[in-house]
Design a protein around this ligand. Sequence first.
Ligand SMILES: [Zn+2]
Length: 569
Amino acid sequence: MSEYIIKNGFVFDPLLGIKGEKKDIGVKDGKIVDASEVKKGKVIDASGKTVMAGGVDIHTHCVGPKVNIGRLMRPEDKLFRSRVKEGNTRVQMGFAVPSTFATGYEYARMGYVYANEAAMPPLDSPHIHEEIRDTPIIDISAMPVLGNNWFQLEYLKNKEFDNNAAYTAWLLNATKGFGIKCVNPGGSEAWGWGMNCTTIHDPVPYFDITPAEIIKGQMQTNEELGLPHSLHIHPNNIGNPGNYETTLDTLKLAEGVKTNNKFGRDQVLHNTHLQFHSYDGTGWGDFCSASQQVMDYVNKQKNISFDLGCVTFDETTTMTADGPFEYHLQMLNHLKWANSDVELETSSGIVPYVYDPKIKVCDIQWAIGLELALLAKDHMRCHLTTDHPNAGPFFRYPRIIKWLMSKKSRDSLLHSFKWADKVIDATILESLDRELNLYEIAQMTRAGTAKCLGISDMYGSLREGTNANIAIYNINPEDMPSDPELIEKAFAETAYTIKDGVIVVENGKVVATTPNYTVWTHVRVPDNPIVDHDIREKFAKYYTVGLENYMVFDEHVHNPRAIEVDTTA
Ligand SMILES: [Zn+2]
């Protein structure tokens, strides 16, 4: 395998506390080594460039059934743009919901090497594993969707916490899943009855449990098992004016909850796409930002983390396991619409959406996403996402970085809006002078995300001995460009992306692909005959598939990289 020395770059590695020092990095046998160990390797001159670990995306929807339905439902998505085939790449298609090949290549061009698929319907997990196999370069984990699962609703209602833990472990093993995702707890099940849960105290029909009880029970299960990542929640009441109160009620459930894990994770709750949950106002007329109220709380509460869900002003395709929300959205915009109910497990929906700068609400949403990042005091637990593709496609991350690093660029957009005065009144963005630095960007895009996912021993750092996943950007911290567009360009197209020791991108072009891995969590729990019985019974009575066909076969899992968790020891 090739050997390299990356010479004279400005290195940013928050997990090692390295803040832009000039440092040489060695690569040998696919691993990062001390530069002195590389005797005859190729020298990569990184003078005047920024060197970071490969990026780690904590929340994206890049593989799986709803992604595929999004592709099928919107053939017009292919008309936006298709990159011309480069060298030995495969054909790339799609914009908001790119093909698997475009997905892997675009992440690699931005210097990313890892993506966490945030919503795997357990029943459809084989499809997810097939798309992981199909996606080049990037390693992928996928979180099974819980929060509306009948087993879990019953166990938590009856306070059978050990049984809930045993079932959750079984489900992770059955689906080769990574961690616990909770979407609109109780609300997606309620939607099957034509209802929703918009506060954490609304009872779930039939099950007689509240979202608050579900969330607390899942946090307890997560820590009882000691999983790598915390509970990952999409709270109730997404997208509605005034919903920040539901968000704060949700986050407060983590107060006093302690972590129990061996993976270096410090949080017990991750609130995803916080932008969609930080709204004030009583309706769309007085809709306004609640980012200050939300961040005043989040900054103080060290055991929670969040990602942004930034709006990028694109025509996109929304998709979520929050079935009632997608129904609500299509009633607002009357565009194409798909919804489905996934048996005993979850629901989901897909609706296209156009974030138009001429619409005041879209502009306010855009401002809120940026405000959250600019108000954050600790970027190790504030992460860059667009909830791809919900608020915009993931390959707009460089544009968001530009807005966060340059007040000039965000102000010029803000003042160009048709309703600029109203948007300025409804938000605090104009008053925020802060410009994030490269260290904070490294925290938001690799170090912090890897640590919160509990994978910082493998990803997110340039520590010696870890897999050589490296991004080299054309940006000089001692001579930052005065033109903000150059910041976006630098983060969109790396000078080099190295994945597992192989140069996969050079000067923004994909030049090679490497085998990618499926990261999942293998959990051992004590034998539990009650849960075994319940699983057999529910499959016989309710599921449309047999238990044997539900389990993901080993051969379905592409290059598995299992994280071991053993509660029996
Ligand atoms: Zn999402």
